[in-house]
Design a protein around this ligand. Structure first.
Ligand code: SF4
Length: 406
């Protein structure tokens, strides 16, 4: 099982962010904040609740996400991890990631304290090294903090460091992005997540864009940023193993790979989603409502039961995001259908246009295909959905549970 822990606090709110988090403010010490203390108490209760039900289950990965998990005192992270290890079975060599903002690692010993608390992978949210752009995005750190954070993480003994980067920022040019990426690679990360900026509805940046106050780079430039950025990272020794993720050999994020492979995951904290044994539920994105549910033990009372059809369609969408792709034999075994024969003309056209490849029995997207992945995935999803529709053009055809098919 995978465990995700949502930490719903940030120093300030970034202008593009749609995640659930409350801004604590710059001057507030999280260790002394009532809000943070209440959150930790409820988190421990939530953990105890699931220990009663799934206690002893083996945990392969823990991912502290948010929000800004690095606002939590390392001592608190250690207490939660100890509790997890006591209630469940933490697999030997479990990957334990903590997302950190560069400014949270300013204190000299902070990274080492997280290491001592049991964290073995740091994911540092750099985004860009340009201070003007960081201000425009509403980030709470400066470019110099990022250099310091990466250095401090290594010095603390972290052997697995990931950097989060962002392209397609307002005012950003192709050359500037590639230079940023070069500077980031010089910091020697083991893993790089490289996301295109998405304007989420009702965020400050989306409103500013609607009002014409910020303008994203032209689409053509954004395409070049993705393509050349990916080519540069591959040439620098990073495998392009998922649309937005690159890693040195052996440093792929096991937690995210688990999601893409359809493993069960337990989500803790407000707004976190869980999927266990074919049931899925999401905690309320509100502290009080989440706390009430935890106290009443009713976290999964409205769980959705995932049909085999839903799970198999999710498998299609998630596997095609990865460089390995979808194993065609597994698809046939699970659905009783031949994906290539069902979509012969479409897949042939995409193949001729260099958007997909079929190799060693896997269908996967090429880098050009990844660039237009949303369109391709939507197209294949709709066709597969129709083909698997009960009483639809093919009748109910799902023959086996999808989760074991690699
Ligand atoms: S630090 Fe992360 S979670 Fe917090 S507001 Fe910024 S983008 Fe959102």
């Amino acid at each position: 099982m995978l465990v995700y822990i949502h930490v719903p606090f940030c120093r300030t709110r970034c202008r593009y962010c749609a995640f659930h988090s409350t801004a604590l403010g710059r001057g507030v010490d999280p260790a002394g904040s009532r809000l943070v203390r209440d959150y930790v108490d409820t988190l421990l209760l939530e953990l105890a609740h699931w220990a009663d039900i799934h206690g002893g289950a083996e945990i392969q990965t823990v991912f502290w996400g948010g929000g800004t998990p690095s606002l939590l005192p390392p001592r608190v992270v250690g207490i939660v991890l100890d509790r997890l290890a006591r209630y469940f079975k933490l697999a030997g060599g479990a990957e334990i990631t903590l997302e950190a903002n560069p400014d949270s690692l300013r204190a000299r010993t902070r990274a080492a304290e997280y290491r001592a608390a049991g964290v073995n992978r740091l994911s540092i949210g750099i985004q860009t090294l340009d201070d003007t752009m960081l201000r425009m995005l509403g980030r709470s750190h400066k470019g110099g903090d990022s250099l310091h954070a990466a250095f401090a993480a290594r010095e603390a003994g972290f052997a697995n460091i990931s950097l989060d980067m962002m392209w397609g920022l307002p005012g950003q040019g192709v050359r500037q992005w590639l230079q940023t990426l070069k500077d980031a690679v010089r910091m020697g990360p083991d893993h790089v997540s490289s996301y295109g900026l998405a304007l989420e509805p009702e965020t400050a940046l989306e409103r500013a864009s609607r009002e014409g106050n910020v303008v994203l780079p032209p689409e053509r430039d954004q395409s070049i940023m993705f393509m050349e950025g990916a080519a540069f990272l591959e040439a620098s020794g990073y495998l392009h193993y998922e649309i937005s993720n690159f890693a040195r050999v052996g440093f792929q994020c096991r937690h995210n790979l688990g999601y893409w492979e359809g493993q069960d995951y337990l989500g803790l904290g407000p707004s976190a989603t869980s999927t266990i044994a074919g049931r899925r539920w999401t905690n309320p994105a509100d502290h009080k409502a989440w706390e009430n549910k935890v106290r009443l033990g009713r976290l999964d009372e409205n769980a959705e039961v995932l049909t085999a059809r839903t799970r198999v369609l999710e498998m299609l969408m998630l596997r095609l995001r990865t460089a390995r792709g979808l194993r065609l034999k597994a698809w046939r075994k699970i659905t009783g259908r031949d994906l290539l024969a069902d979509n012969k003309k479409l897949i042939q056209a995409m193949h001729e246009n260099g958007l997909v490849r079929i190799r060693h029995g896997y269908l996967s997207l090429t880098r050009n295909g990844m660039l237009v992945s949303n369109t391709i995935l939507l197209n294949l999803f709709e066709r597969a959905e129709a083909a698997l529709m009960p009483g639809g053009r093919s009748g109910p055809k799902i023959l086996a549970e999808p989760l074991c098919a690699s």
